[in-house]
Design a protein around this ligand. Structure first.
Ligand code: ATP
Length: 349
C-alpha cells in the first residue's frame, strides 16, 4: 500500500465573524506523516474535521488521489479518526470495541477475529482483549482507539491531539508506537498538535497554520534552519531578531554594522538568527555587533548566554562549554554572512 495523496485547495471555513480556516492550499503526499501544527485557535481541528467530513467547508475543495471527496458522507470517507478523548463503547470489551467497525461492514466472524487479533498484537493489547474499556489506563484507551481506527485499513488516519492527556513518558511511548504503525501500513497520517517539539519528533513534514492561514510547510528541520515566514520563526521560538531596513537589495541593521544581501523590496525588515549561529569574539570587525554578556547558564550540552547589545536589545547565544565567559565585559557578536533569514516586518510587506 502506498497511501493516499491529500490535496487541500483554497479550503475555507467561517463561524459567524470568525475565519477559522482561510484559503488553505496544501498537498500531503501519499504515505506522509504530516503534523498540522499551530497555536490554539489557528484552525487545526476545523481543518481535520473538514477532511473527515464532520464539518462542511464554505470554500475550496478536498481531494483524495485527485478526486473531490466533498460529496462523500463522513461515514463513507476512507478515513480513521482518533481524538484527544477516545470515545470508546463503555459496555464493550477491548476486542469488541476494535471489532465494531468490521461487524458494521458485515465481515464474517472468522475474518473479523483474525483482523482484531492481529491489530491487538500490533498495539500490544493482546493480553487485555477481554477487559472492559472502563478498566483501562489512558494510554491503553488510546491504543484501543488507534486499533479501532486502523483495523478498518483506512487510506488516511486523522489524529487530533491524541496524546495530550497522557503524561510525558507515556506520550513518548505512544509516539513511537504510532510512528511504527504508520511505517508498517504507509497510511497517510495527519497529526494535529500545538506542540512544536512533538511535531518535530513525530512527523516527516510540518504544515504550520497561524490565524487559519498556511504559515509554512516542509521538513521539521526547515523551520529551524530556514523558517518559511517570520510568523513561523516566532512560533518555533528560540530565535533572535535584529531589526533594520532593506534598501536597494541590502539589509542593514539599525546599528548599521550588519549588511546582508536580500531580494526583499525596500522597507523595514527583521533578520532572524538562531542562538547557535552567533559567535562571540574579542574584537570588532565587519558584521559584528557590540555588546556585553549579562547572563550565562549551563544547559547540559552548551552554555546559554544573554548578550545586551549597545542598542539595548538582548540576544541569546549558545556557546560551547569549553569557551570562557566574562560576565560584564564588552564583547562582539559575529554573524556569518550566509546565516539567518530576513523577512519584511508585518505591516511593512
Ligand atoms: P485548539 O488547539 O485550541 O483546539 P485549533 O487550532 O484546533 O485550536 P479550531 O478549533 O479549528 O482551532 O478553531 C479555529 C477558530 O474557529 C477558533 O477561533 C474557534 O474559536 C473557532 N471555532 C471553531 N469551531 C467553532 C464553532 N463550532 N463555532 C464557532 N466558532 C468555532
Amino acid at each position: 500500500m502506498s497511501g493516499t495523496h491529500i490535496a487541500l485547495a483554497g479550503l475555507g471555513k467561517r463561524f459567524g465573524n470568525t475565519t477559522a480556516v482561510d484559503a488553505l492550499t496544501t498537498d500531503l503526499l501519499p504515505g506522509a506523516f504530516a503534523a498540522l501544527l499551530g497555536p490554539s485557535g489557528c484552525g487545526k481541528s476545523t481543518t481535520l474535521a473538514m477532511i473527515a467530513g464532520l464539518i462542511d467547508p464554505d470554500a475550496g475543495d478536498i481531494r483524495f488521489d485527485g478526486l473531490s471527496i466533498l460529496t462523500v458522507a463522513a461515514e463513507r470517507r476512507p478515513v480513521g479518526l482518533v481524538f484527544q478523548k477516545p470515545l470508546l463503547f463503555p459496555h464493550l470489551n477491548v476486542a469488541d470495541n476494535v471489532a465494531f467497525g468490521l461487524r458494521m461492514r458485515r465481515l464474517d466472524r472468522a475474518a473479523t477475529r483474525r483482523r482484531v487479533d492481529t491489530m491487538l498484537e500490533r498495539v500490544q493489547l493482546a493480553d487485555l482483549a477481554h477487559r472492559r474499556v472502563g478498566e483501562l489506563s489512558g494510554g491503553q484507551e488510546q491504543r484501543v482507539a488507534l486499533a479501532r481506527a486502523l483495523v478498518l485499513e483506512p487510506q488516511v488516519l486523522l489524529l487530533d491531539e491524541p496524546f495530550s492527556q497522557l503524561d510525558a513518558t507515556l506520550r513518548a511511548e505512544m509516539r513511537t508506537l504510532l510512528r511504527q504503525l504508520h511505517d508498517e501500513s504507509d497510511v497517510t497520517t495527519v497529526f494535529v498538535t500545538h506542540d512544536q517539539a512533538e511535531a518535530v519528533e513525530i512527523a516527516d513534514t510540518i504544515t504550520l497554520l497561524i490565524d487559519g492561514r498556511l504559515a509554512g510547510q516542509g521538513e521539521p528541520q526547515l523551520f529551524y534552519t530556514r523558517p518559511p515566514s517570520l510568523a513561523a520563526a516566532r512560533f518555533f521560538g528560540a530565535t533572535n531578531e535584529i531589526t533594520g531596513c532593506v534598501a536597494a537589495g541590502e539589509f542593514t541593521s539599525d546599528d548599521r554594522t550588519i549588511h546582508q544581501p536580500t531580494p526583499l523590496p525596500d522597507g523595514r525588515a527583521v533578520l532572524i538568527i538562531r542562538p547557535e549561529a552567533l559567535r562571540l569574539q574579542a574584537t570588532s570587525g565587519p558584521g559584528t555587533l557590540g555588546g556585553t554578556t549579562v547572563a550565562a547558564r549551563f544547559a547540559g550540552t552548551h552554555l546559554v548566554l544573554d548578550v545586551a547589545l549597545d542598542t539595548g536589545r538582548i540576544l541569546r547565544v549558545h556557546q560551547p562549554i569549553d569557551q570562557p565567559v566574562r560576565l560584564g565585559s564588552p564583547t562582539h557578536l559575529r554573524i556569518a554572512a550566509t546565516e539567518g533569514s530576513i523577512f519584511a516586518e508585518p505591516g511593512d510587506e
